[in-house]
Design a protein around this ligand. Structure first.
Ligand SMILES: C[C@@H](N)C(=O)N[C@H](C)C(=O)O
Ligand SMILES: [Zn+2]
Length: 190
């Protein structure tokens, strides 16, 4: 990887430029999401360079254990945060656009784990299932699902991320405060 050859805008880069072994399935670039609406024009996974390097490290840890990381969301332009907020308007599930989300900084990722063949492992809830089952404290799920949730958390924390209480799939870069909120279109990164 030659870092000075990578296209970078405000510290943000295309994750594919540093690691092509991470599975990327940006759900908001499809209709397979809680809005049933495609709100990203193109499926480009963008993060702050240092956040992307941490994610790559997490993917290596996962591979050492026989798994792979699958990214469900990464950098989200601020104007898309407003679209989401206008539909949901519930701070438990969507950060208000005037405060911004760590996704708008390119310093948060939504991830799960897959087996080596790419099949997702069982978790206590679906992605973006906004219920008590999404909480990292939810205990009334099959033991294997709880173990899988904790394995994902162990991998991400070891790589430099922090978890949040309400969503098992969401991880903030521990250094998210270094970054601003951006409204750069995903197309700029291809
Ligand atoms: C919408 C959901 N995937 C999400 O990202 N929620 C958090 C709270 C956010 O908007 O930052
Ligand atoms: Zn998230």
């Amino acid at each position: 990887m030659i870092l000075n050859k990578i296209k970078m805008i405000d510290g943000l880069i295309n994750v594919r430029d540093i690691d092509d072994s991470i599975i990327i399935d940006l759900r908001y670039a499809t209709e397979n999401n809680f809005l049933n609406k495609k709100i990203y024009d193109i499926p480009v996974c963008v993060l702050q360079l240092n956040t992307a390097l941490k994610l790559s490290k997490a993917n290596s840890f996962a591979k050492d254990l026989g798994y792979r990381l699958k990214v469900l969301d990464a950098y989200r332009p601020l104007s898309v945060q407003k679209i989401m907020w206008d539909i949901i308007k519930n701070e438990d599930f969507v950060a208000p656009y005037w405060r911004g989300s760590n996704h708008n900084r390119g310093a948060a990722v939504d991830v799960t784990l897959t087996f080596e063949n790419g099949d997702e492992i069982l978790m206590p809830s679906d992605y973006d299932e906004f219920s008590e089952r999404a909480s990292i404290n939810y205990k009334d799920a099959p033991t294997i699902a709880i173990e899988n949730r904790e394995l994902l958390s162990m991998i991400m924390i070891k790589a430099g991320f922090l978890r949040i209480e309400s969503e098992w799939w969401h991880f903030n870069d521990s250094e998210y405060e270094k970054y601003g909120l951006y409204d750069i279109s995903l197309e700029k990164f291809i």
